[in-house]
Design a protein around this ligand. Sequence first.
Ligand code: NAP
Ligand code: G4F
Length: 319
Amino acid sequence: MKKALMTGITGQDGSYLAELLLDKGYKVYGLKRRTSTENIENIMHIKNEIEFLSGDLSDLSSLIQAVRASRPDEVYNLGAQSFVADSWPQPVYTAEVTGLGVLNMLEAVRQEQPGARFYQASSSEMFGKVAETPQRETTPFYPRSPYGAAKVFGHWITVNYRESYDLFACSGILFNHESPRRGIQFVTRKVTDGVARIKAGLQKELRLGNLEAKRDWGFAGDYVEAMWLMLQQKMPDDYVVATGKTHTVKNLVEIAFAHAGLKWEDHVVQAAEFMRPAEVDLLLGNPQKAKKKLGWEPKVSFEDLIKMMVEHDLKKYGQ
Ligand code: NAP
Ligand code: G4F
């Protein structure tokens, strides 16, 4: 039986990847931080099939212990302070967890289990103020947030450990991916949850920031397949994972409100507090390498993704 160790198991991607690995017959170990209140909503349905190990990406000793306890064939480093907007008020913390945390995890693998295959959750935020469109594996990075800068370090240290120590280490440069399990602060879920609350009469307005920003949005369930595929190849490599289509936040708002029979203009208010100090205006990925080498394809369209999320949230509020 193959064994996988995952950080970020309580998050959106961790929950979908754990499902995928369990389906494939893996023994799944999940690194979990101690929290004062339980936060395992995303993995409640599979919690008895996962072996949890206590640890934090900022604590190397906890990662070494987790690798020793699990002796994994594959390590998926999904843990991070992943909310871009919070990386300005918490830049040092973000650098420690999202940046240095990757190095800690690589060191734990190098010291304890150098034969394990390693996946790093890199991000299209690294492209930031984009140097070319669409963005591909060779597009230069120009991060626009402390989060983006931390992810650039995480990407390059992964490449460096592959080249220095011959680790089987891959960096997946994933564009935005969403689902009904997306954290409530991210714009897709904030909108679909807001639509459902408005429909249920719980609120009247939805306060948003920049409606003109463009993102290449896909479905998280599709994207975790690409992570797994990267670790099944003959050689380690880096891949862009994206749909190849981009939409504005305004498009997202239009689709979500219309699906619930609401007029977005009656409810959406632009609010300065949700504008960012530096914005990533446009992300559009070129997934040709992942399609050709991994045989990966996104299955869920943007429209179907937003409808899936609206329907989930409407149900949550009894609509
Ligand atoms: P998420 O839902 O925010 O989950 C983040 C996970 O990281 C949670 O399990 C969280 O645990 C854990 N974590 C936070 N701080 C930690 C720490 N100090 N030590 C150990 N674990 C910690 O994020 P996601 O959307 O699933 O994304 C997964 C990864 O992919 C992240 O690295 C993210 O930056 C990256 N990424 C995401 C996207 C996307 O569009 N979703 C795109 C590109 C890259 P708690 O539950 O305890 O907070
Ligand atoms: O949903 P977002 O917060 O995601 P963002 O910043 O693109 O980051 C996500 O995707 C990255 C991959 O590209 C990941 F690495 C990262 O971990 C995370 O998963 O914001 C998307 C866009 C931004 O341009 C933002 O300015 O939506 C705009 N926006 C407009 N109003 C808003 C809002 N974002 C949020 N969160 N809240 C708003 O009210």
